[in-house]
Write a protein that binds this ligand. Structure first.
Ligand code: AVI
Length: 331
């Protein structure tokens, strides 16, 4: 197992949580950033969300990858310069790398050994993903990169006969504001060379009831995921949120083409953060906006890739046109 180093990101996480709370809860309307969802309990709840009947995103993307993995790998390896370039597969925010195994197997099939570079802030997630992948697909060598892909991580240079395919799947790009998403893609592009590519998974606009159900499931798992942010702040910043006094809200915002998650205070209340000497006051019905999840219309993902300097090369979708996977190449 490759040892993975601890990073400044993990060391200064408490300061980042404190800064996010002081900024977000002092603003109008109140906001908290979605990365606060992903403590240990939140990451477990997210894994449960991905298996919910209403949360179509994960299974739809998995089906697309399963059906088209060989084609995706062939497109990404397609070359005018080298006869058979070797493909390295990197992944931003790899997490458990569950769906990635489909592409890794297809790459092993096409070229034998494959180097896989998962990037994640969570050392634990990387260690788990590495041991699972190396056990299940012995021809994959895993070289984890612990780091925050939104903030200054570095890929190692590839050899002249290699090309890198960067995966950014799971609709994670949708959790960024359009300007931030553009900036992130451009930063990744700046680290790539001609022949390299990016595979981007995006969720598409669909009927409102389907979208709302995906973010407000009958079993209440997404509500628990949203409210877990309050439990996290109680623990990390000695706050005294009563999670029962907040309701989970999931709303479709058609103007901005995004699902939004909010936490709505069901009474007037004051919440104290003992670790910060900070208090936040809530009126009855006041909300904290915790997440945006952008949904794209035809042509928007291609435009986003082009603006970041990628040539949209191919895309794959499901029969219902609910989700799409786009390949952008560097020329
Ligand atoms: C991680 N991300 C793509 C999920 C989404 O659908 O925006 C997070 C999530 N939020 C609520 N359910 C799932």
């Amino acid at each position: 197992m490759t040892p993975v180093a601890s990073t400044p990101t993990e060391l200064n996480i408490d300061q980042q949580v404190a800064a996010a709370v002081c900024t977000g809860l002092a603003s109008t309307p109140k906001t908290l950033p979605p990365w606060l969802f992903y403590d240990e309990a939140g990451s477990r709840l997210f894994e449960q969300i991905t298996e919910l009947p209403e949360y179509y995103l994960t299974r739809t993307e998995r089906d697309i990858l399963s059906r088209h993995a060989d084609q995706i790998i062939a497109h990404a390896t397609d070359s005018r310069t080298y006869l058979t370039p070797r493909l390295r597969i990197a992944e931003l925010g790899a997490g458990s790398a569950d769906k990635t195994r489909i592409l890794l197997r297809a790459a092993v099939e096409a070229q034998g050994e494959v180097l896989y570079e998962p990037v994640d802030v969570s050392t634990t997630a990387l260690v788990v993903a590495q041991s699972r992948i190396e056990r299940e697909i012995p021809d994959v060598r895993v070289r984890p990169i612990v780091g925050d892909y939104t903030n200054g991580f570095k890929f190692e240079p590839t050899a002249p006969d290699e090309r890198r395919l960067v995966l950014y799947i799971g609709s994670s790009i949708g959790n960024f504001e359009p300007a931030e998403a553009a900036h992130l893609l451009a930063k990744v592009r700046a680290q790539l060379r001609p022949g390299d590519g990016m595979l981007l998974g995006v969720d598409l606009v669909k009927d409102e009831p389907l979208l709302v159900a995906a973010y407000d499931d009958a079993a209440g798992i997404t509500a628990a995921f949203n409210k877990n942010m309050l439990a996290r702040l109680n623990r990390d910043l000695c706050a005294n949120f009563d999670p029962h006094s907040f309701a989970h809200r999931a709303v479709w915002n058609p103007v901005n083409s995004r699902m939004e998650m909010h936490l709505e205070s069901n009474r007037a209340q004051r919440v104290r953060f003992a670790a910060l000497e900070f208090e936040a006051e809530f009126a009855a019905g006041e909300t904290i906006h915790t997440e945006c999840s952008y949904k794209y219309r035809p042509g928007q993902a291609e435009a986003m890739l082009s603006r970041a300097g990628f040539e949209p090369a191919a895309n794959w979708t499901d029969e219902k046109g609910w989700f799409a996977v786009h390949l952008g190449q560097v020329h």
